[in-house]
Ligand binder design. Structure first.
Ligand code: C5P
Length: 240
């Protein structure tokens, strides 16, 4: 008999390390996550896109927002592909064979997504799909509950926030620069309504994990935020 006890054996990690980035919409998570994924050469999970795709699929199939069983079935059977193409910048999202990339980012889809995301059965149906993104050499997970629910043992957890006014200004600028009409007051109001829904829902409410680093980007450039997270990643032994 070996004198090595089972408890002495090293823990075998079956999947790669995870950095979670949670926070309200418009805080700069998307840009930060893309910068981190590029720097580390890790995979990226945009969990918000899964809730947005669920919202679009529910709309397409005529499932009402108060039909929880219907929404759960939609989330459980999502036929979605995320394609990186050389011709088009960014990730192309294909839902049931149709390219829905441009519909995905609209304010309307975001608002429906946050209502769909408040349904417990939808969150459960998407949980394993999100966990399946964990891989070598590592994963950057962008969302609201990445550090609290989906990847509770992530190696590094970041909670990125900014004031509603600042996030509204950033969104307003983006819309105006892309030639769209927008009302700053309306955008800030929508952001507040979405924050309220995301932070006060009973399942997986938006909040920092107990062990998260909280960064307020209100008066900080994205480069400074990136540097701070990079330093934290280095400290956690995640940078080669
Ligand atoms: O991040 P994004 O704005 O694309 O997310 C859309 C909506 O999906 C959020 O307002 C939020 O309600 C929901 N969401 C969530 N949990 C996540 C990611 C997004 O509840 N992990």
């Amino acid at each position: 008999m070996s004198d090595i006890e089972v408890k002495d054996l090293p823990e075998v990690k079956l999947a790669g390390p995870v950095i979670t980035v949670d926070g309200p919409s418009g805080a700069g998570k998307g840009t930060l996550c893309q910068m981190l994924a590029a720097k580390l050469n890790w995979a990226l999970l945009d969990s918000g896109a899964l809730y947005r795709v669920t919202a679009l699929a529910a709309k397409q199939h005529g499932v009402a927002l108060d039909n929880e069983a219907g929404l759960e079935a939609i989330a459980a059977h999502l036929d979605v592909q995320f394609k990186v193409s050389a011709e088009q910048a960014g990730v192309q999202v294909i839902l049931e064979g149709d390219n829905v990339t441009s519909d995905l980012r609209t304010e309307e889809t975001g608002a429906i997504a946050s209502q769909v995301a408040a349904v417990n059965a939808v969150r459960s149906a998407l949980l394993e799909r999100q966990r399946a993104f964990q891989q070598e050499p590592g994963l950057i997970a962008d969302g609201r509950d990445m550090g609290t629910v989906v990847f509770p043992s992530a190696e590094l957890k970041v909670y990125l926030t900014a004031s509603a006014e600042e996030r509204g200004q950033r969104r307003y600028k983006q819309l105006i620069e892309s030639g769209k009409n927008a009302s700053l007051a309306g955008i800030i109001e929508d952001i507040r309504a979405r924050d309220d829904r995301d932070m006060n829902r009973t399942v997986a409410p938006l909040k920092p994990a107990d062990d998260a680093i909280v960064i307020d980007s209100t008066s900080m450039s994205i480069e400074t935020v990136f540097e701070q997270v990079q330093q934290a990643a280095e400290k956690a032994g995640l940078l080669a």
